[in-house]
Design a protein. Structure first.
Length: 350
C-alpha cells in the first residue's frame, strides 16, 4: 500500500506531551499539525521546540479550524477523557485516548456507546500490551504453555522523589501537575499506574470475569515529604494494594505507589501456572520451567523475535492507514475501569 500521511493533532501539553509529539514526528504515516493546551507559555514552548505552526488554548477552536484532521490524540487530564472524546467522535474524528479510558465505569459505558455510533475509530493507550515481554507472555497463554494460570503478582512501585508535585519544571516551563494528587480531579496512582498493570494481566489471560475485590489504599507522602493528615482528606491515593479473585479461580495481587520507602523503582509481573511461570522485570523476561532432573529450571526468553514497539501512535496509525481493527478496544478497557471502581469502593468504605 502506498504511503499515506495522516494529519494529526494533540490535545494536552502536559508532562506526556513530548512523547506524543516525538512519536508523531517519528512515525512515517503521521504529521502533527496542531497542538492544544491550557497553558499558553507551555503551548508556545512546544510549538517552537518541535516546529508546529498551529497552537490553540481551546479545543473547540481547533476542531472548528481543522475539520480534516485524520487523528486526534487526547492527552488531557483524566476528568476530560470521556467528555472531550465523545465530542471528537461525534464530530467524525479518529481518536487515540490516553489511559485511563474513564474515571469510572458509568463514564466508560457512555464512551463505549458513543464509539458504536461513531464513524471514526477509537483506541485506548495501554502501551504495556505491546512491549516484547507482553507479546511473549500472551503467546504462552494462548498456546497453553502455562497450563492453568492460577495467580498473577504484579506491581509498579516508585521510591520517594518520584511523586508528582503540584508544580513541575517541564521543558523549562512551570506546569501544574496537582491534579495527579487530587480526589476532585480524579487523580491517584490506581488510575495512573494500576490501570496499566491490571490491563496487562487481564489482556494476557483473556479478560476473565471478576468475582471479588479486597483492597487498601493510602496517602502518606507528597513530593516534598510526609503528608499532613488534614490535607490528605482531599488527596487521591499515593499507594494501593489489592487482591482480585476471578470466577475462573484465578487471582491477582497488585501493588502500586507513587512514592514509598523503597530503594529503587520496581516494575514487575509474575505469572504462576501449573506447567510454567514467568517473572517479568522491566523489559526482561525470565521463564520458570519444569525440568526432568530437578524441580525446575530457569531460562531467559528470547525477545529478539518479537515485534518492536515504539508508541501507540504508530499502532493506531497502522490501523487507520490499513483499515485494521484497533488492538485496544473500549469494551476491554471498560472491564478494567469496572474493577478499579470496585477497588475504590472497597477502600472508600474503610
Amino acid at each position: 500500500m502506498a504511503k499515506k500521511i495522516l494529519k494529526c493533532a494533540l490535545l494536552g501539553c502536559g508532562y506526556i506531551a513530548d512523547r506524543h509529539i516525538q512519536a508523531f514526528q517519528d512515525c512515517e504515516n503521521t504529521e502533527i499539525v496542531a497542538l492544544c493546551g491550557r497553558n499558553p507559555e507551555r503551548l508556545k514552548s512546544l510549538q517552537e521546540k518541535y516546529g508546529i505552526e498551529k497552537g490553540y488554548t481551546d479545543y473547540h477552536k481547533l476542531m472548528e479550524e481543522n475539520p480534516d484532521l485524520d487523528m486526534i490524540s487526547n492527552a488531557l487530564p483524566n476528568s476530560m477523557h470521556v467528555s472531550v472524546t465523545i465530542e471528537l467522535l461525534e464530530a467524525g474524528y479518529n481518536v487515540l485516548l490516553e489511559k485511563p479510558m474513564a474515571v469510572n465505569a458509568e463514564e466508560g459505558r457512555a464512551l463505549v456507546e458513543a464509539e458504536k455510533k461513531a464513524k471514526g475509530k477509537l483506541m485506548i493507550i495501554q502501551n504495556q500490551r505491546f512491549i516484547p515481554a507482553a507479546q511473549y507472555m500472551r503467546r504462552m497463554f494462548k498456546e497453553g504453555e502455562f497450563g492453568e494460570v492460577y495467580h498473577i503478582r504484579t506491581g509498579w512501585r516508585r521510591p520517594l522523589g518520584m511523586t508528582p508535585s503540584g508544580m513541575d519544571n517541564i521543558g523549562g516551563v512551570m506546569s501544574d501537575r496537582s491534579w495527579y494528587n487530587s480526589k476532585a480531579a480524579n487523580g491517584g496512582v490506581l488510575r495512573d499506574l494500576g490501570v496499566h498493570l491490571l490491563d496487562l494481566a487481564m489482556f494476557i489471560t483473556d479478560f476473565p470475569e471478576i468475582e471479588s475485590v479486597s483492597a487498601a489504599s493510602y496517602r502518606k507522602f507528597t513530593a516534598s515529604g510526609p503528608v499532613d493528615p488534614e490535607a490528605a482528606k482531599d488527596m487521591s491515593e499515593d499507594m494501593c494494594t489489592a487482591l482480585l479473585k476471578f470466577k475462573n479461580g484465578m487471582s491477582i495481587n497488585m501493588e502500586v505507589s507513587f512514592g514509598t520507602m523503597i530503594s529503587e523503582e520496581k516494575l514487575f509481573t509474575n505469572i504462576y501456572g501449573t506447567r510454567a511461570g514467568v517473572e517479568r522485570t522491566g523489559d526482561e523476561l525470565k521463564l520458570i520451567l519444569h525440568d526432568p532432573d530437578y524441580a525446575y529450571k530457569v531460562a531467559y526468553a528470547n525477545l529478539k523475535g518479537e515485534k518492536e514497539f515504539k508508541n501507540c501512535i504508530h499502532e493506531f496509525a497502522d490501523c487507520l492507514v490499513n483499515d485494521k481493527p484497533v488492538p485496544v478496544r473500549a469494551e476491554q478497557a471498560l472491564k478494567v475501569i469496572e474493577i478499579l471502581d470496585m477497588i475504590y469502593k472497597e477502600t472508600d468504605d474503610r
